[in-house]
Each structure stands twice: as C-alpha cells, then as structure tokens.
Design a protein around this ligand. Structure first.
Ligand SMILES: [Zn+2]
Length: 209
C-alpha cells in the first residue's frame, strides 16, 4: 500500500517503508509522489509519515532508499547522525507539531564518522575545527561497544545507532512519554551500502519487538 494511504500508526508506517526499501533493493521502484499534482498538493501543508535522523553521507539518500517522494519524510541529516539541540528540536517539532508516528535513526555501512572516531580512540589523529565534535559525539557509542566486547567497525556502526536511539529516549521526555504510551514508534537501522537493505538493530512499537 502506498505510504500516503497507510494508517498513521508506527507499525503500519514502518511496514510501508520496509516495503519501499524492498522495492529499492530489487530495482523495482514505484517512485511515488514526484509529479506536478503532488507538488501542488503540498502547497497547503505537509503530513510526512516519519521523521528520519540519518547520516549526511552522499551514499545514503533517504527518500531513494525508502522509495518515497515529496512530502513523505521529515529528514534531519548530520555526519554520523549525531544529535544536538537543533536535531532534538527538529524531532520534537515533527512529532508534536506535525504528528508523525515514527522516528527512524539510520546509520550505515562504511560510515566515515564512525571510522574516524574509532581511529582517534586507537591513538590516531583527532580532526581539527568543528569536526572534533563528530569524534566527541560518536566516541561514547564506540566505548560502550568496546566495553561490551565488540571489536569490529560493523559492530561499532550498529551500536552507535542503538546508542543514538537510547539517547533520544533518555534525553527527550516528550518523545520518551509518547513512545512509552505506544503513540510513537522508534527504530534504529543500519543501511547496507552493498545490497541497499536497511537492517533493524533496535526498535519499539513497530511490530518487530
Ligand atoms: Zn556516515
């Protein structure tokens, strides 16, 4: 069922987006909502189905990966999908003011921010300027993963997504309460560059937990 027609519940939205990702993986895209009528329809407002916090990496284009179009997703992208006040404000706006029922956190295979942080923690160079913030924000995730016995970059990427989801829930009472009440779902994904799949690594209220 097209995303715009699904019931606005966390699990229904996730099911539709997962189906879109399947189409993308299989080169069988519908490419919905990318025509002139849709553009005109959106003049009057938006009703996206999910808010997505994704890495800015050019290989992770969110709308393409889920085979959706204009007005379908409210997207925040930062290198390493790191969180700050502006990101939290954007997520809370999407939930409280637009009424999206689903939060997606999406990391990915071969993430430069995770690799740079892992290298810095191993004694490598710490990037200068504002890039230092990337390392500061990703480092706790990698240290947690290491404390848990994890050693591979893949595991660091997965755990950074898990830690980011947990941070959203622990730092925003607004989001936490809506997730606890079942009104909003949250899912963390690791996008696999090699085959195009968005692999769930943590979730609440989307029918996988
Ligand atoms: Zn990345």
């Amino acid at each position: 069922m097209p995303l715009r027609n699904v019931e606005r519940t966390p699990s229904a939205v996730w099911t539709a987006l997962a189906a879109g990702n399947e189409r993308f993986m299989n080169f069988n895209e519908d490419r919905p909502n990318q025509d002139a009528p849709r553009r005109r329809e959106l003049r009057d407002g938006q009703k996206p189905a999910a808010v997505v916090i994704s890495c800015s990496d050019s290989r992770v284009p969110v709308e393409l990966i889920f085979d959706v179009g204009l007005g379908d997703l409210f997207v925040v992208r930062t290198a390493g999908e790191i969180l700050d006040q502006a990101v939290f404000a954007s997520i809370e706006y999407a939930i409280e003011s637009i009424g999206v029922p689903l939060v997606i956190v999406m990391g990915h295979e071969s993430c430069g921010a995770v690799a740079a942080t892992a290298s810095a923690l191993d004694g490598g160079a710490i990037p200068g300027g504002y890039q230092r913030v990337l390392v500061e924000k990703v480092a706790p995730s990698i240290l947690e993963a290491k404390a848990d016995g994890k050693t591979s970059i893949e595991d660091f990427e997965k755990h950074h997504v898990v830690a980011t989801v947990n941070q959203i829930l622990s730092r925003s009472p607004e989001i936490h309460d809506k997730v606890n009440a079942g009104k909003v779902g949250i899912i963390g994904l690791r996008y696999q560059l090699s085959d195009g799949k968005t692999m769930p690594v943590i979730s609440r209220n989307v029918g996988l937990d």
